[in-house]
Design a protein around this ligand. Structure first.
Ligand code: 5IU
Length: 470
């Protein structure tokens, strides 16, 4: 086995340690960058790294029944430690597996078993803590983590705060000294790195312990948290059909609406209608629409945008020629009249197990639904969870996992139409803004091949959801 000095120089020579100007994941610019992924191309160095790590935990007399590498870079390192020293290994999936056994941790273990964490580089400790959390969720116990390089930016303190001892093979200061002595870097670079470390400490003693750190929930987990049968059903459909796409079927005849619902039905979780733009509305249309909803397993959302006092919306919802409450699973309402609008709608819809979305934000340019108005709409929704199951919005507004966020104004490329509509991409809406459902109209209905377009939106939306777990 090489000594630490040799190993440090080898890591420099294979460019696992680089100097220059690098933008880190956090957006901060750093003079030093570690890219330990490359060691898979150098088996001798890989073995040397794993030996150093094994020896460190042996010297510290750590107790553990298994070892788990933080995905992905530390996976092969943990594999070497496991195979060379006969330590059973566990693998933590990075992606939430949406099918099959849904296991996050692969390998055999019993609740209460101790597991050692292996990692290549620790900065703030958050990646280690993520893996720890997944292991703890399965009943495993983690008391120790071993890392090759400690960037000395607060990781060991953060781990200690979470009752995990960090064993590091080499600190960044030690690495710089070795490289300086070996003539690989000059004193100026050493100073620059030192300054960076001092100025970029990530440890905040006031930060919440790991258990309280936000975790992205899967559709299955969200369905389990819903008390309203409709939101529960919608999250289940999203998982089952692997889609977060709602079709805004803004067509003008019954035949077109039926045709759209039947051909696009397999790709969507929600069909959104504007029933008052249909020229030849009839009870027959509603019957056909309802049987297509059953055939393709989607939910019907009438985008009626009620906006009057309680007594009036009651009649608009239950009566008139459309009798919306008899067929639309979901409707939506503006918050502008105040909570009376929800009371009125609820009187008609609650007994039928219908639900409402609050219009908290709009996609159009110059919308007045922002700031305090949005905040008040959210409050109004959260005070009526027996009937309001979420929002029409342009970003995530509530931390309640049962609350649905549905976003209109979506196309595959961002842009505007000639009448103030503003488009965001599925990725922006789902991954960056953490909304749940993309509502797409003309992106599908006016495409040369609507079915193909729907498939593309379904895929883009679901990939953007899966990206939340990476
Ligand atoms: N819609 C919006 N923006 C909003 C709300 C509703 O676009 O803020 I509230 C409706 C209007 C239309 C559909 O029925 O969503 C979007 O259609 P296009 O994807 O064709 O722009």
């Amino acid at each position: 086995m090489a000594n630490l000095k040799d190993l440090a120089i080898q890591l420099f020579d294979i460019q696992a340690v680089k100097f220059g100007t690098f933008t880190l994941k956090s957006g901060i610019s750093s003079p030093v960058y570690f890219d330990l992924r490359v060691i898979v191309s150098y088996p001798k160095i890989m073995r040397s790294v794993s030996e150093f790590m094994w020896k460190a935990v042996k010297d510290a007399e750590c107790e553990y029944a298994s070892i788990c590498g933080v995905p992905y870079t530390a996976l092969p390192i943990a594999t070497c430690m496991s195979a060379d020293h006969d330590i059973p290994m566990l693998i933590r999936r990075k992606e939430a597996k949406g099918y099959g056994t849904k296991k996050i941790i692969e390998g055999h273990f019993s609740a209460g078993d101790k597991c050692l964490i292996a990692e290549d580089v620790v900065t703030s400790g958050s990646s280690v803590l993520e893996t720890v959390k997944s292991l703890q969720d399965e009943g495993l116990v983690v008391t120790d983590a071993v890392v090759l390089l400690d960037r000395e930016q607060g990781g060991s303190k953060r781990l200690a705060q979470n009752n995990i001892r960090l064993h590091s093979i080499c600190s960044i200061s030690k690495l710089m000294l070795i490289l300086l002595e070996a003539g690989k870097v000059d004193q100026k670079m050493v100073n620059q790195v030192q300054k960076f470390i001092t100025e970029n400490n990530t440890f905040n003693p006031e930060a919440k312990p790991a258990e309280e750190v936000k975790k992205v929930l899967t559709y299955v987990e969200r369905a389990a948290q819903c008390t309203h049968p409709l939101s529960k059903r919608l999250f289940s459909i999203m998982q089952e059909k692997r889609t977060n796409l709602a079709l805004s079927a803004d067509v003008n005849t019954a035949a077109e609406l039926i045709q759209m619902a039947d051909s696009i039905g397999p790709y969507i979780c929600v069909l959104k209608t504007h029933i008052d733009i249909i020229e030849d509305f009839s009870a027959d249309l509603i019957q056909k629409l309802s049987s297509l909803a059953a055939k393709h397993n989607f939910i019907i959302f009438e985008d009626r945008k009620f906006a009057d006092i309680g007594n009036t919306v009651k009649q608009q919802y239950g009566g008139g020629m459309y009798r919306i409450s008899e067929w639309a699973d979901i409707i939506n309402a503006h918050a502008v009249p105040g909570p009376g609008i929800i009371q009125g709608l609820k009187e008609v819809g609650a007994t039928k197990n219908r639900a409402c979305l609050m219009l908290a934000q709009m996609s159009s340019k110059g919308t007045l639904a922002k700031d305090t108005y949005t905040a008040e709409s959210v409050k109004m929704a959260e005070g009526n969870k027996d009937f309001v199951i979420g929002f029409i919005c342009t970003e995530k507004l509530s931390s309640d996992p049962a609350m649905l966020h549905m976003t209109p104004g979506v196309q595959l490329s961002a842009g505007v139409d000639g009448l103030g509509q503003q488009y965001l991409t599925p990725q922006e809406v789902i991954t960056n803004r953490e909304s749940d459902v993309i509502i797409v109209g003309r992106g599908i209905t006016q495409s040369a091949n609507p079915m193909q377009a729907a498939k593309e939106y379904q895929e883009a939306g679901f990939l953007a959801y899966q990206a939340l777990f990476n």
